[in-house]
Design a protein around this ligand. Structure first.
Ligand code: NI
Length: 185
């Protein structure tokens, strides 16, 4: 995908879109494109009622995330090149994903994480996150590495998820232009 997407055309991609498996590259600039993408991703995340959205989820393969872990409307945080530099504790809790609608499963995550990231104004910051924010950070950083939460679910639990995964696969195929339609063009 082009480095400069048509921002209004960005949509949340759904499993099994192969772009969800992209490994995001480092983001070097903090100019107007980042501002535009922040607004668009915040809008998409708000409409879908999410607490986090990674750029790979809208088909823009750069290390960039927006979060709203406080639940307060409009309180959007945007970070470039985030990484988890320390993890502590273990906790299992239910998780979902805007790219896997209608699907939830229990996932084991670190209870607390320390994050290093660049804010949209260019300042490098380090901070601790716990609770929902710690979970959201781990989930979003997985997205930047092509990971989905269902990859972290055990084999037994995955059997329960299979029917829903299959129906998402079917919906995805229906949305793709068929080979027949391509030939006719
Ligand atoms: Ni997700």
């Amino acid at each position: 995908m082009s480095r400069f997407p048509d921002v209004m055309k960005l949509r949340i991609l759904c499993y099994p879109d192969p772009r969800l498996r992209d490994h995001a590259g480092d983001l070097k600039d903090t100019g107007s494109l980042v501002k535009e993408i922040t607004l668009r991703m915040a809008e998409l995340m708000g409409e879908a009622g999410g607490v986090g959205l990674a750029a790979t989820q809208v088909g823009w393969p750069y290390r960039f995330v927006v979060l709203n872990t406080t639940g307060e409307p409009g309180k959007i945080e945007a970070y470039l090149n985030p990484e988890i530099i320390a993890r502590e504790g273990k906790v299992v809790a239910e998780e979902g994903c805007l790219s896997l609608p209608g699907l939830w499963a229990k996932v084991r995550r670190a209870e607390r994480v320390r994050v290093r990231a660049t804010r949209a104004d260019g300042e490098v910051v380090e901070f601790d996150a716990e609770g929902l924010a710690a979970r959201a950070w781990q989930h979003e950083i997985d997205h930047l590495e092509g990971g989905l939460f269902v990859d972290r679910v055990g084999a037994a639990a995955k059997i329960l998820l299979r029917p829903r995964l299959h129906s998402l696969e079917k919906e995805y195929k229906l949305l793709l232009p068929s080979d027949e339609a391509k030939k006719k063009k």
